[in-house]
Ligand binder design. Structure first.
Ligand SMILES: O=C(O)[C@H]1O[C@H](OP(=O)(O)OP(=O)(O)OC[C@H]2O[C@@H](n3ccc(=O)[nH]c3=O)[C@H](O)[C@@H]2O)[C@H](O)[C@@H](O)[C@H]1O
Length: 440
């Protein structure tokens, strides 16, 4: 029997096998191309992240409070403020004054309440401003980011970094010969010091010393204006509080670290000839304020129908504060900067006596917390659910009252905003920022 004709099947099989080979070669070629492209992309990304000369990221003052939001933003910002020529150009551009004899100011804590207001005021009159902030999450960092956005609209760059990062600070001074530092970065809040005491030491003592170390070594040395606090008066009972009064009874760790700052300022002035001005702020409030402060969270709770605690003293007396409106404080800061004399040291050595000053910046008319709540009730058109409770022993003092005659004499400081007018502006801002209805 003749063998079956397999020539057709064999041809078909050979053809099919040929097609399979061609397809697999194409597939390999395509896969190699894809692999090559992916490798190239990964390599480029690695080069971008690891070889650019970016300033070290902040070690968050309150690392225990870091959150995903901050971490994500850190990465984005480090990429954006990534060092190198373009980053340095931005730093220089932000710090360059745009008026004759304008100042060039490094503002620490520029994304903070007072820092953002002062940065804007300085920039608007033609000074150069560079911000530095670690965007920690002591309170909602998104508010700090919103302030940062506002500043960037006015060509103010905020470098994301920590005052404890001396390499970063030195780098900034290598790029810009700052004439002044407005040092406002700090761990604020009186009551929180019982929860996180070391954050106060880290920012208000170690961080401040780090700033002074870099300033003392800079050439030229800048003049420094920095935030002390009304809380240094502690248990002082003489009123109104004057700079001549003793401040050796701090009632909170916050106050103690600010008092330590004043002593440290004396030392750096004495040894290195740094010009130093400490400003004792009295309960500053206003638009873009700090959510950890009573006027701010009272507003929030009252709007949400939640109860608030109104403190009274142990013997049922009213607790009162010399609440000071932010615009008045800004005028005080700018006045202090304008009248700050040059530091006298160079090469890390003192060459002559330098200016050392401390001023109260208050409103000179204390208002009780009960009255504060009444004003808010009227502005928000809501009745507060008040729990009147005895002030816990957590660092609070019963009252504050500033004598500001020294600041008036030396740079014309004269507060002009009373609590009702200031809170009206705050509530207006609060309503628009958080999108709520209010009477104002
Ligand atoms: O001048 C300063 O150097 C400090 O000012 C601010 O501290 P304080 O004056 O304590 O402000 P703030 O907390 O708003 O309490 C206001 C009033 O509300 C009372 N208070 C507070 C909380 C509460 O639940 N109930 C209440 O009655 C409370 O007893 C007080 O009488 C800054 O936070 C601080 O960082 C620092 O800068």
């Amino acid at each position: 029997m003749a063998p079956p004709d397999t020539s057709k099947t064999t041809k078909l099989e050979r053809y099919n096998s040929y097609i399979r080979r061609v397809n697999s070669t194409k597939l390999i070629a395509a896969s190699s191309k894809l692999l090559f492209r992916v490798t190239l992309l990964v390599a480029l990304l690695l080069i971008f992240f690891f070889t650019i000369n970016y300033p070290p990221l902040s070690s968050d003052n309150n690392t225990s409070h870091s959150n995903i939001h901050t971490t994500t933003h850190n990465l984005l910002s480090s990429a954006f403020y990534g060092g190198g020529a373009s980053w340095e150009k931005q730093v220089r551009h932000s710090s360059t004054p745009h008026r004759p004899n304008g100042l060039s100011v490094l503002v620490t804590g520029a994304a903070g309440f007072v820092g953002s207001h002062c940065s804007l005021a300085l920039k608007k009159r033609g000074d150069g401003v560079l911000g530095l902030d670690n965007f920690n999450s002591y309170y909602d960092p998104s508010l700090k980011r919103a302030r940062q956005d506002l500043l960037s609209k006015h060509q103010i760059l905020i470098v994301e970094g920590d005052i404890n990062d001396d390499e970063l600070l030195k780098k900034l001074f290598d790029i810009v010969p700052f004439t002044h530092i407005l040092h406002l970065a700090a761990q604020a809040g009186v009551r929180y010091a019982m929860q996180n005491p070391l954050s106060y030491v880290n920012s208000n003592v170690a961080g401040f010393v780090n700033v002074l170390e870099v300033a003392k070594a800079a050439d030229p040395q800048p003049a420094i204006v920095w935030a002390s606090s009304s809380s240094v008066y502690g248990l002082n009972t003489k009123v109104p509080f004057s700079e001549e009064h003793k401040t050796d009874q701090p009632a909170s760790l916050y106050a103690a670290t600010k008092k330590a700052g004043e002593a440290i300022a004396h030392t750096y002035n004495h040894i290195y000839g740094l010009s130093l001005t400490g400003l004792r702020f009295f309960t500053v409030y206003g638009p873009w304020g700090r959510p950890d402060m009573a006027y701010f969270f009272f507003t929030k709770d009252m709007v949400q129908g939640k109860p608030i605690n109104v403190y009274v003293t142990q013997d049922d007396k009213e607790v009162a504060r010399d609440f000071t409106y932010i615009d008045d404080i800004v005028k005080g800061c700018v006045g202090a900067l304008d009248t700050a004399e040059k530091s006298t040291g160079s090469g890390g050595k003192k060459r002559g006596p330098a200016q050392l000053r401390v001023y109260n910046l208050g409103n000179t008319s204390p208002v009780s917390v009960r009255k504060l709540v009444a004003i808010l009730e009227n502005l928000l058109n809501v009745k507060a659910k008040k729990n009147v409770v005895k002030m816990p022993r957590n660092g609070d003092v019963p009252f504050t009252h500033a004598n500001v005659s020294l600041a008036l004499r030396d740079f014309g400081y004269k507060p002009t905003t009373d609590l009702s007018s200031g809170l009206r502006k705050f509530v207006k801002w609060y309503a628009s920022y958080y999108g709520i209805q209010s009477r104002v």
